[in-house]
Each structure stands twice: as C-alpha cells, then as structure tokens.
Ligand binder design. Sequence first.
Ligand code: NAD
Length: 294
Amino acid sequence: MTATLIDGKAIAAGLRAEVAARVKSFHAKAGRLPGLTVVLVGDDPASEVYVRNKGIQTREAGMISDEIRLPGSISQAELLAVVRKLNEDDAVDGILVQMPLPKQIDANAVIAAIDPAKDVDGLHPVNAGKLAQGMKALTPCTPLGCMILLEKSGVKVAGSNALVIGRSILVGRPVAALLLAANATVTIAHSQSRDLAALCRQADIVVAAVGRPELVRGEWIRPGACVLDVGINRMPGEGGKSKLIGDVHFASAREVAGQITPVPGGVGPMTIACLLQNTLTAACWRSGIDPETV
Ligand code: NAD
C-alpha cells in the first residue's frame, strides 16, 4: 500500500484565498483592514526568510503588514516597551514576535507581555489556558494547520487513537488539546517516553513534532494510519546546498500509512496561512464582529 500524499501547499493556498475573500467582507463591515505586525530581533537567516514570507502573504491576503526590526543587542526592557506600544496601537490586530530571541531576552516574559487579544501566535498563557479548557481562543498556527489538514483530507478524528510526539507549547501541547477537543483519544509522547514504536503502532493519527530527522520509522506505523510530519530538519544536501528532512522516515512510512504529509510541502505551508486566519479572527473579535459572518 502506498499512502495518499496530503498536499499542504495546495490546501494552504486554498486557505489563503479564503482568508483574502473574507478580508474583503471584513473591510466592508468594519471599514478598515486587519493589521499584522511582526517583530524581528537580530539577524537569524532562517527568521529573515520566515518574516519576509509572512509579509508577502499578509499583503497578498489584502491585510496591512508591518515589520519592526530590532538589533540583536536589544535589552529586555526595550523589547517589552515595543510590545506595549503595539498593544496600545488600535490599527494593530496581530502581534508576532519572531522566535528564537537572543540569549539576554526571556521569551516567556515577552509572550506574556503581548495583549492576548492580539496574540496571533496563540502562545500567551491566557490563550493556552482557554485552549486547554476548550474555550474559544487564538490558537497556535501550526497545530491549527494540522487540524485543517486532517479535516480537508477526510480523516475521522472523533474516536480515533491519536499520538502526538513532542510536548512543546508551540506544537505538541496545543495540537494534543485540539485533537482532544475533536474527541480523539490522545497520547502525548516526549523525550522520556518508553517504547515510542509501541505507542505508534496503536495510533490511527500520528503527529510528529520532535526535531529529530527520520525518528519515526515506517515499521512503527499502523497500516492505514494518517501521519502528519511537523518536523523541519535542515540537513546537508547535494552540491553544498541544504535540504529539509522531516521527523518521519518518509520512504518507509509512505509504504504503510494511509495518508502522509511530505516535508517540505506538508504541514509547513499551513503555518503562515493559519497566521493570516488568526489575524482576521483577532481583527473580527476586536471589532465586535463574529468571524463566522465574514
Ligand atoms: P521543541 O524542541 O520545542 O520540542 C521537541 C519535543 O520533542 C520536546 O517536547 C521533547 O520532549 C520531544 N522529544 C525530543 N526527543 C524525543 C524523542 N527521542 N522521542 C520523543 N520525543 C522527543 O520543538 P518544537 O518547537 O515543538 O518543534 C518540533 C519540530 O517541528 C522541529 O523540527 C521544528 O522545526 C518543527 N516545526 C515546524 C513548524 C512548521 O511546520 N511550520 C512549526 C514549528 C515547529
């Protein structure tokens, strides 16, 4: 059996087009455009690429995109002052502080300083708490993307056994909360878990969010299972170029799985598309508009 590929690129393009159409409807109702501000500290090359792509896709969706670039030597107090100013700026619906931050900065303090209503990354403890309690919240983008991929691929989540590998606040925990809210029976595995292979063999849905290239082997996968590979591992490729490898051994897993995301082109493209959706949701809530009506 060869798995059906889940085409994250195409599903993300569809979601971006949907958001762009809804932005027009929001504009007609609110008389303004949603605005996203990304704060980039330092000059990490990977972050530069992400931020550039976020800017391009935000503008393509018809929203206002702003970037604030700050030196890597910035102090904690100075960065918090920038965040507070954005909290008070009425034209800003979404604030995203690009991670990772330099060593002298306490990333948790920065996340906690963002107005939860503008926390389009969904990482603020208020939003994480709401998600854990099954309340409406701004939800982390990659986990939201995983749920949309499952839905668009017709995967039955309710009643399924779902295994989430990884327990970060960015991916593992929120995706587990979303799967639970969708009535899956959820297991969370992490670096101290015993016998990952046995846990995998019981899972109808596997979400791998570890950051270890090809950790999950094809022989661990239950035949017909759906495998979402969140991992992005940059490895040396041919001709001095780097290539991206997932957390799943794709060649062996696709022989057993029912559906699988490739890396790249699977979960990755969903993240920015969901960031745009979150920005629109934040703009609606801040303007007293039900997001379902735009
Ligand atoms: P993280 O380092 O914060 O967390 C990794 C988790 O994996 C930890 O909870 C740890 O307990 C667990 N872990 C480590 N070794 C393990 C092992 N041997 N067995 C089981 N669990 C183990 O990473 P993260 O931020 O959650 O990101 C995970 C991966 O997803 C990375 O490759 C990252 O680049 C990628 N990622 C992709 C996207 C995207 O597609 N847009 C977004 C975020 C993260």
